[in-house]
Ligand binder design. Structure first.
Ligand code: SAM
Length: 294
């Protein structure tokens, strides 16, 4: 794909990257135009670019006309090469960390380097840009005020079921990265644990030719993906509605508790609700105190 990258107006350009600074630079997740002018400027100027896959990043860089010093930084060598990178930063070199796609550290290497850089008081500058999780969330048509990023569910069925069970009561919208090779089993396991009525947004190949964004009930989505092999190709994010039924139950519970608290001392209100609902006394007591304080 050939695209034209506009020049950054001179007044918006920082003359140089800062010495001894670690830049975390987001790169495109598909469409090569999805890179910021600032990212290009930083990548042009840093002394070293640490890349998850140097061959992959070389393609992007040559597309951008950047001929930089590339160094491999991936999950198999990060422990070994982090001290050297920290030394480089401490001696004044500027380093940009990039991953194969999207934002570094989001299910990609970099945590070790960033945490060590903090330990050494090294300046860290994120250069924001594409991230599949956030792109999928914004297009999901599900609550965005609170959400949790859950990464990749486990590959094995038993562990995956357990993983979902731990999230069954989660009220926030949940974001999962899913391998296309496991999408059918993953949706079936979600169906088992979250139930047929949960709404899920399927975001596949974001920003690429076969981009597909669809929101459906879990049961319909599982059948659709099983029936259409094209939906089992490429890169996929699932955005899953939180347990809103649980949230509604809790709202009703809070209402009853508030009514009792308005009439009775905390202990009596709690005793009554324990009798009425059979729920755990400590949980009710804790909630009563929260409601009183708010
Ligand atoms: N660092 C990346 C980011 O910022 O999104 C994520 C890297 S993670 C190793 C790769 C996973 O991200 C894929 O398996 C897929 O779940 C998701 N992903 C990446 N690009 C995508 C795209 N264009 N469309 C949908 N999902 C994508």
């Amino acid at each position: 794909m050939s695209i034209e990258i506009p020049e950054v107006p001179a007044e918006q350009q920082k003359p140089d990257v800062l010495a001894g600074t670690l830049y975390l630079v987001a790169t495109p997740i598909g469409n090569l135009a999805d890179i910021t002018q600032r990212a290009i400027s930083v990548l042009k100027q840093v002394d070293i670019i640490a890349a998850e896959d140097t061959r992959h990043s070389r393609q992007l860089l040559s597309h951008l006309g950047i001929n930089a010093k590339l160094l491999a930084y991936h999950e198999h060598n990060e422990e070994r090469i982090t001290p050297g990178l920290i030394d480089d930063l401490s001696s004044g070199k500027s380093i940009a960390l990039v991953s194969d796609a999207g934002t570094p550290l989001i299910n990609d290497p970099g945590y070790r380097l960033v945490t060590r850089a903090h330990d050494e008081d090294i300046k860290i500058i994120p250069v924001p840009g594409a991230c599949a999780a956030i792109a999928a969330l914004t297009a999901a048509g599900l609550a965005t005020d609170r959400f949790s990023f859950e990464g990749f569910p486990p590959a094995k069925h038993g562990a995956r079921i357990h993983f979902f069970e731990q999230l069954a009561q989660e009220r926030r919208t949940m974001i999962f990265y899913v391998s296309c090779h496991r999408i059918v089993e993953t949706l079936n396991d979600m169906l088992t644990v979250f139930g047929a009525g949960r709404r899920v947004t399927f975001a596949r190949e974001i920003s690429k030719t076969f981009e597909t964004i669809k929101r459906m009930k879990l049961s319909a989505l599982a059948s659709w993906v099983e029936a259409d092999e094209n939906q089992r190709k490429g890169e996929i994010v699932l955005v899953v509605e939180g347990n809103v039924a649980q949230a509604a139950d809790n709202a009703q519970f809070d209402f009853y508790l508030s009514v009792l608290l308005a009439e009775l001392p905390v202990k009596q209100a709690v005793n009554l609700l324990v009798k009425m609902t059979g729920q755990n006394r400590n949980d009710i007591y804790r909630r009563a105190l929260e409601l009183k304080q708010s």
